[in-house]
Structures are given as C-alpha cells and as structure tokens.
Design a binder for this molecule. Structure first.
Ligand code: TYM
Length: 331
C-alpha cells in the first residue's frame, strides 16, 4: 500500500566476539526478513558490551567484527540503518530519564542480572543493573514496535513494556507497545547438551566465520548419548541428541527427518549425522564467509556504513528525545 507508514523495528547485538549460529538464527534472520518490509535500525550495542569484562584495546575491532557479520549475513544499508550505540548519545540520555520512573528492586530480581553477577562475581557494577533500562531506551528511542531477538531477551522486553506503559500513564501517550518477533530459531541449544548456544561457553557454539575444518571439528565434539539400543517409540525431547535434532531441523528439515527416522528405527550412527549436519551448516555459511572475507579487506567501507547509519539514526533519536523531555517538563 502506498504511503503506509512502516512499523519500526530495532535490535542490537553486543560486541563480545563474532556472531554464532544462535545470534544468526535467533536475531539476524529476523532482521533480514524485516529489513524488506519494515523501518529498521540495527545496532552494535557497545555500551552494553562494557558491562561485563572486556579488553579496551580490542573493543573497536570487536565493534567492526559485528558490523562485518551483519553485512556478510545480508543486512543491506540501503534497506536498514546500522548504527553504533555510543555514536548516538541520546540512548544514554533517554536511559537516564526512564530510570527515574522504574524501581531498582525489579532490576535486582531479573534472572539476567542474577546470571551475569554469578558469572562474573568480581565484576559487579552499576552498568549491569542498569542494563535493562539502557536496552529499553534503545528500543523506545525509536518508538519501536517489533524486536527481532532470541527468547532470552524476553525479560528485558517485558521491562521495556512496563516502562513504556508507566511513562505513557504519567506523561501522556508516547510509546507504542513493543513485541518480540517470535521465530523458530529463537532458542538455539548448545552443542554440549545443556543450555543455549552462548559466546561465554566454549564448545557450545559455531561462529558464522568458522572455516569448514573448524565446523567439522566442533561438530565432531558435539555431545550425544549411547544411542538407541532398539526401536524407539519417540524422539528425545531434551538432552544432547534432542539438541542436535533441533539444530539440524533449523537448517534443513528434510535431511533432519532422515536421521530422526533412523533414530526411531534404532539404526542411527551419530558420527554420520554430525558429519552431515556439519556439511549442511558449511553450505549455508559459505556465501556469508565469502562476503565476510571481502569486508575484512575493506574495513574503511564498513566504518563508513556505521558512521552514516548512526548519523541518520541520530536524527530520529533527537526528535523523539525532545518529545520525551518536553513531556517530562525538562524543556
Ligand atoms: P546478545 O549480544 O547476547 O545476543 C544477540 C542476539 O542473539 C540472540 N541469541 C540467541 N538466540 C537464539 N538462541 C541462542 N542460543 C542465542 N544466543 C543469543 C539474543 O537473543 C539476541 O537477540 N541484550 C541484548 C542486546 C541488546 C538488544 C537491545 C537487543 C541491547 N539493546 C535492544 C534487542 C533490542 C543482548 O545481550 O544480545
């Protein structure tokens, strides 16, 4: 339809290393679909990155690596804006303003906060507690309605909705109700049998940039079990083998079904399944890896994309932040 205002979309990824299959299936694939139809801003959220231990000397490079992964996976700067969070200081200003209407106790109870403080007991900091407020500000700064992200982000998106509702009630209708885009890849399990695929758990993930050799090696180390001893009445619902079936199904349902039937018949050879799964993943990642290699040689181009995307995003951010400040009586 002509002149129809496109729905706003925002999502971000921390610059904590290269993207893995969880980030790709849980977030990037949604971004790729939405850039075709929606008004999208995708961010490298460097300010969230520094809430857990990191190396300042390599942060700039990590930011570029996420941008390279975004572009290699198919984000197109003609169809969406790609920004760096700290290039748009309005994120922080809005976060502060929103923090004045949200209780500290609710932030302390969030499972994500508890997990991170357990993971890094010596790195407890105010930024970590503030994390969901900054994330809410990221989303609300652009009056976002839809967020392509994994299911692990749901508690933060709920905080965002609570803040938006409270702001609207206190200062007048300003922010829309935001939803997470639900997808089949919203929870990609670990290769180690328990939990999700995660950058912070070595052996649990495959990166988009991994070479075929590395993918074969990681897959060969993926956990399985002792295998079915006879015919089985159903597929496993949890554990290492269930995880591999799930990952397989996310890439190639047809070929996954072949191994699922073999499992039910009791004839499955896990090594064969893992090799085939590695092949399937290598096939899907091949064009991404090739584009990635080109971009690695052209970092100045990537920097330009980030700068232009951030400048454009900032125009919108300023307008919305002004509205918020007016409503709060600050201007
Ligand atoms: P981060 O950097 O941890 O993860 C980036 C995205 O990847 C998704 N993801 C997964 N999805 C499915 N299965 C997995 N195993 C898996 N692992 C990671 C995450 O759900 C996420 O979508 N807080 C965010 C960054 C952020 C943000 C935002 C996201 C900051 N502001 C505003 C959306 C909107 C984070 O830590 O992502």
């Amino acid at each position: 339809m002509k002149n129809k205002i496109k729905q706003k979309v925002f999502s971000g990824i921390r610059a904590t290393g290269q993207l893995h299959l969880g980030n790709y299936l849980g977030a990037v694939k949604g971004m790729l679909a939405l850039q075709e139809t929606h008004d999208c801003i995708f961010s490298v959220v460097d300010l969230h990155t520094i809430t857990t231990p990191y190396d300042p000397d390599s942060l700039q490079n990590s930011i570029l690596e996420i941008a390279i992964d975004y572009l290699a996976a198919g984000l197109d700067p003609k169809k969406c804006k790609i920004e760096v969070q700290s290039f748009v200081p309005e994120h922080i200003e809005l976060a502060y303003l929103l923090s004045t209407i949200y209780p500290v106790s609710r932030l302390q109870q969030l499972p994500t906060y508890k997990d991170k403080t357990l993971q890094h007991p010596k790195y407890q900091n105010m930024g970590l507690l503030f994390y969901p407020i900054l994330m809410a500000a990221d989303i609300l700064l652009y009056k976002t309605e839809l967020v392509p992200a994994g299911v692990d982000q749901e508690p933060h998106i709920e905080v965002t909705r609570e803040i938006a509702r409270k702001f609207n009630a206190m200062f007048g209708e300003t922010f829309p109700e935001v939803k997470r885009m639900e997808t089949v890849g919203e929870y990609v399990p670990s290769l180690l049998g328990t939990g999700k695929m995660s950058k912070s758990v070595p052996g649990s993930y495959i990166n988009l940039a991994d070479s075929p050799d590395v993918i074969y090696e990681k897959m060969s180390k993926a956990k399985t079990d002792s295998g079915p001893q006879s015919k089985m009445s159903k597929l496993p619902e949890e554990g290492a083998v269930a995880n591999l079936f799930k990952i397989f199904g996310l890439f190639d349902v047809k070929r996954a079904k072949v191994f699922e039937s073999q499992y039910l018949e009791g004839s499955i050879k896990y090594m064969e399944m893992k090799e085939t799964l590695a092949e399937v993943i290598i096939e899907v990642l091949q064009p991404i890896r090739e584009k990635r290699n080109d971009l690695e040689r052209n970092k100045e181009y990537v920097k330009k994309i980030l700068l232009e995307g951030s400048i454009e995003a900032r125009h919108e951010a300023k307008i919305n932040l002004n509205e918020v400040k007016q409503k709060m009586g600050l201007i």
